[in-house]
Design a protein around this ligand. Structure first.
Ligand code: MG
Length: 304
């Protein structure tokens, strides 16, 4: 293994994914817990959440950072649907919302089996329009990043929302604290982080992989990779199927076979990341108080 102040190379293949002389840029700081980065190519801007500050922020290449939405209902993970609409997990309202083009907000899901969700954490949209999200209890543990409450659900599920019927289905129910999630480029595999070690040293700190069957159900769950520093939270997949995961010491990059290729070392604990910029080759990293960016050779997967 070799490393400098920015990279740890665990496998020679990592060198083809990074730019040796690129530098980590701190684009913004002053957040309490930065999360949920989502790139809007059409608007040339990045939206992200600052959960305890009750804000969503907007970063623009020339304009710096401004407030996009406040209060944000303790918004956490964000993504876009097939029509480009913003989809957001809210701890405060314990729901997943969609922001319409005119700015009105539609609740997509707030309950399952007649009981309130825990606190939706992160969300992705498949090419068929289905919305997949995780529902750990982080947002109801205290009044810091949501409103303290007892969970009503008997499990911390991963859900799929059907785009046609609006029906919510639990697709995985055996996670301690499901968190970030991402599809492989062909959407045949779904990666889901279990970050339960955040509150219990002996609990999982790994990413599991599942086969996606008929675009609707999950099978063959297995541990894909474990995080050796901190926990996995948000993650993204590049065009080659490599998995880029958040961790305490930065961003860990895993090959599709689960091998650790290398790390980008970030001075603050990383909660989430996304590929953005006009060429999708700029990694935007939300890390505790700051938003960082780094140009890489890899490009974010544009799913079918
Ligand atoms: Mg998360």
């Amino acid at each position: 293994m070799s490393h400098d102040t920015l990279y740890e190379v665990h496998d020679p293949r990592f060198r083809s994914l990074i730019i040796e002389n690129a530098r980590l840029e701190q684009l913004h700081t002053g957040c309490r817990w930065a999360e949920g980065p989502v790139w809007f190519a059409d608007a040339n801007q990045l939206l992200f959440s600052d959960i305890p500050n009750q804000r969503m922020l907007r970063w623009e290449p020339d304009g710096g950072v401004s407030v996009f939405r406040a209060p944000s209902n303790f918004a956490n993970g964000n993504t876009r649907d097939r029509q480009g609409r913003l989809v957001t997990c809210e701890h405060g309202t314990r729901c997943v919302t969609r922001t319409e083009p005119d700015g009105t907000i539609t609740v997509l899901a707030d309950s399952f089996a007649g009981k309130r969700l825990n606190s939706p954490n992160d969300v992705i949209v498949r090419s068929d329009g289905s919305v997949w999200f995780t529902d750990p209890t982080y947002g109801i543990l205290s009044d810091y990043e949501g409103y303290k409450a007892e969970p009503e659900q008997g499990a911390r599920n991963v859900y799929r929302l059907d785009p046609e019927t609006g029906e919510l289905t639990a697709v995985a129910g055996d996670f301690r604290q499901p968190n970030g999630l991402a599809f492989s480029p062909d959407e045949s595999t779904l990666y889901i982080a279990d970050s339960a070690a955040s509150h219990d040293e002996t609990a999982p700190r790994h990413i599991r992989a599942f086969d996606v069957v008929d675009g609707k159900t999950l099978e063959n769950g297995r541990v894909f990779a474990s995080i050796d520093k901190g926990i996995p939270d948000g993650m993204r997949v590049d065009t080659e199927g490599n998995v880029w995961s958040s961790a305490a010491d930065g961003v860990h990059c895993f090959a599709p076979d689960g091998r650790l290729l290398g790390k980008i070392l970030v001075p603050e604990t990383v909660a989430n990341l996304t590929f953005g910029g006009p060429r999708r080759n700029r990694l935007f990293i939300t890390a505790t108080t700051s938003l960082y960016a780094l140009y890489v050779t890899a490009t974010g997967a544009q799913r079918p």
